[in-house]
Design a protein around this ligand. Structure first.
Ligand code: ZN
Length: 432
């Protein structure tokens, strides 16, 4: 069992309680490894031999290494993943008091979490804070992470709902899921309580805070489980595991003829339709700027897109030990069996025979096993950002991901060995 890569992943996720923090951590790692930050609002000077990245909204990031070869001939090798995970966002004017005794926070669900998994566990808060600056159009940005157990969403006792363990117990996102922040004492002032709490944590004046994007996260750290530590038990494996693997592969790979790109999008869990999501023209714009920066023409751009290949990397479903009937009868991806190629006859995934063949070859070259996933034909499956990107560029591409259980649980489970496998596969892809 090769545990080192998975151990690094757990560490990365522990330090990435929000999409903003994940991007900050990638940024730091890339900078330490010699990558230079470019800014969308400035002119780009791209050189062969350079290593670059650009961010958007502090929640998406695009890193690239220009290829040694002709960009039109060799195109791009892209690995795409997403930074966001289901969670609860703190609403404005969030403070709610109950009978003058309890303080709870009003929240809104982000994406599709398995709500039950968020009950009765220590939670904390983190996110982005917007501060007053000299330019009204550009507030200053800082990040905050409370890093301590602060909140809990208490479940109702079984004595008040005897049928709680029976199927079909619905939950109200507005009533059942609100977290308790504490008890109210004589010093409590409801006005701007949360703002003052944030300001205190950041050691700034509350008046400086214009707004914030704060979400809840599970305070408990990720760890290994299983007899031989064969599983990773951790939040946000979907999709920070693929983000981390893409970053490790980009850093481990050698320079090659094609231009390597790692694209980490935000907002996949809510349909990708934001300026920092895969539904925006952002990746296309970056590709255009790279081709132009390397001296290429519009014709070269079209040729480069034709010669490119994309791996859309999002986590996949492993055969569940308690629900084998939910899976396809013949395709059973298992934990630690290697990355999973996702196929769908109705093209909910970008994969086709051609691109599946490419990824299978990459895995063979890397010396790692691979598996295939198709939906049970009576089940509707999920979708990924791969197809959404194709509306911008007609890329060849494959949808893959590592097998996992409990997707969108606050704590998901994946295979320890698989993380090592997928990094090897991604590194081999970048090295071709
Ligand atoms: Zn995902």
């Amino acid at each position: 069992m090769e545990k080192e890569a998975a151990q690094e992943l757990i560490q990365f996720i522990n330090e990435s309680p929000t999409n903003y923090h994940a991007i900050q951590n990638i940024k730091r790692e890339l900078t330490e490894q010699g990558f230079k930050q470019l800014f969308s609002g400035e002119a780009w000077h791209i050189e062969r031999g350079g290593r670059y990245f650009v961010t958007k909204n502090h929640s998406s990031l695009f890193a690239f290494v220009p290829g040694k070869g002709d960009v039109a001939e060799n195109g791009f090798k892209l690995i795409c993943a997403h930074s966001d995970s289901p969670t609860f966002r703190i609403k404005p004017a969030a403070e709610m008091t109950v009978e003058g005794k309890y303080l709870k926070l009003n929240t809104e669900v982000y994406g599709g979490p398995i709500l039950y998994t968020w009950f009765d566990r220590p939670l904390s808060m983190a996110g982005r804070v917007l501060l007053k600056s000299d330019n009204p159009l550009k507030p200053a940005v800082r990040f905050v992470n409370f890093k301590r157990p602060l909140l809990v969403i208490p479940h109702i006792a079984i004595h008040f709902n005897r049928t709680i363990n029976e199927q079909g117990n619905p939950l109200s996102r507005q009533k059942d899921m609100l977290p308790v922040l504490g008890m109210i004492n004589e010093h409590f002032e409801k006005d701007n309580f949360l703002l003052k709490l944030i300001a205190g944590e950041m050691q700034i004046e509350p008046e400086l805070i214009l707004d914030f994007d704060l979400t809840l996260y599970d305070y408990e750290k990720g760890c290994f489980t299983g007899l031989q530590d064969e599983f990773i038990s951790c939040g946000k494996l979907d999709d920070l595991a693929m983000v981390h693997a893409g970053m490790k592969a980009l850093l481990a790979s050698q320079d090659c003829d094609g231009t390597k790109v790692l694209a980490v999008f935000d907002n996949e869990e809510v349909g990708s339709g934001t300026k920092q999501g895969a539904g925006s023209p952002m990746l296309r714009t970056i590709i255009e700027r790279i081709v132009a920066g390397l001296g290429g023409s519009t014709e070269d751009l079209h040729r480069a897109i034709h010669h490119s290949f994309m791996i859309s990397a999002d986590m996949a479903h492993a055969l569940h030990p308690n629900y084998p009937e939910k899976h396809d009868p013949t395709n059973h991806p298992v934990m630690n069996g290697g990355p999973v190629i996702k196929l769908n006859a109705n093209q909910k995934y970008v994969t086709d025979g051609d691109s599946a063949a490419v990824f299978a070859t990459v895995c063979r070259m890397a010396g790692v096993p691979y598996q295939t996933f198709v939906n049970h034909s009576d089940m509707a499956g999920g979708s990924t950002l791969g197809n959404i990107l194709l509306s911008q560029m007609e890329l060849r591409g494959v949808d893959i991901g590592n097998p996992m259980w409990g997707m969108h649980s606050v704590r998901e489970t994946a295979g320890t060995q698989d993380h090592d496998y997928v990094i090897k596969a991604f590194t081999t892809f970048y090295n071709i």
